[in-house]
Design a protein around this ligand. Structure first.
Ligand SMILES: Nc1nc2c(c(=O)[nH]1)N[C@H]1C(S)=C(S)[C@@H](COP(=O)(O)O)O[C@H]1N2
Ligand SMILES: [Mo]
Length: 241
């Protein structure tokens, strides 16, 4: 397994903790991600804590943990929400929430898997295929990747164009057959079904088509851009479902 450069997380918050010990405790040692990444993910989210105390009583909470790399996130309603599509496209566009709801919706039921070890089986997500939004914008021939940005102002994600065009990658409006609530990234989040859940950027506000992959928030901190669950990382040719 390749270990990527990045800040050492296993010394944060005091005395160094054996990396193998923590990975063993979490049962994530065998996951195909950079070895330092899960440790960092845990410690950063523990350190940031939960100022609202809400994480244990979230609606839809069963098995999910609430994650945000920022302390607070503005709320967006059906009136104020906007999704901008720009970059290497012929027709840049900004969608409102009603406009996204009016597009054909795809429902997928898959397991959610976070790199830190928790997993929620059989979770329905519903929304617009990212491929549809890209096609509508007219992706230019020089484009190779997509950068996703969020209205928390900090988080970002990245997909190759080939990954972004998969049928199981959604601009999700619903989760567990309810409109996406704020805590889970509503009103709109990305949903990358075949990859670890860090790929599924919450509070999605921007889709920028680029000429190369630009690593996202966690990816700059050691995670793999190719976050396939249950496959060796780096594969571009995972089957489309
Ligand atoms: N904007 C944003 N998106 C994010 C994150 C985040 O901190 N901020 N965390 C990621 C990680 S690591 C996980 S496991 C999931 C958690 O989603 P949930 O809070 O709905 O359980 O969101 C992903 N998307
Ligand atoms: Mo995660």
């Amino acid at each position: 397994m390749n270990e990527r450069p990045g800040p050492r997380a296993d010394t944060e918050g005091g005395a160094p903790v054996g990396r193998r010990l923590i990975l063993g405790m979490l049962g994530v040692g065998a996951l195909g991600v950079a070895a330092a990444a899960p440790v960092q993910h845990v410690l950063e989210n523990l350190a940031q804590k939960d100022p609202t105390g809400l994480s244990g009583i979230l609606p839809n909470g069963g098995g999910f943990r609430y994650y945000s790399v920022t302390a607070s996130v503005p709320h967006k309603s059906a009136e104020t929400y906007r999704l901008t599509v720009d970059g290497l496209v012929d027709r840049p566009v900004t969608y409102t929430l009603p406009e996204l709801r009016a597009l054909p919706q795809t429902r997928l039921v898959r397991d959610v898997q976070c790199v830190t070890g928790w997993r929620v089986p059989g979770t329905p997500f519903e929304g617009v295929r990212l491929s549809r939004i890209l096609d509508a914008a007219g992706v230019r021939p020089t484009a190779r990747a997509v950068r996703l940005t969020c209205f928390d102002g900090t988080y970002s994600e990245s997909l190759t164009l080939q990954q972004a065009r998969r049928a199981d990658v959604l601009v999700a409006l619903r989760m567990q057959d309810k409109d996406l609530g704020h805590a889970h990234g509503g009103p709109v989040r990305l949903y990358v079904a075949p990859m670890y859940f860090y790929k599924s950027a919450k509070w999605l506000s921007g889709i920028t088509v680029t000429d190369e992959v630009r690593p996202g928030y966690w990816e700059e901190r050691g995670y793999d851009v190719d976050g396939w669950v249950g496959r060796s990382n780096g594969r571009e040719d995972a089957p489309t479902t």
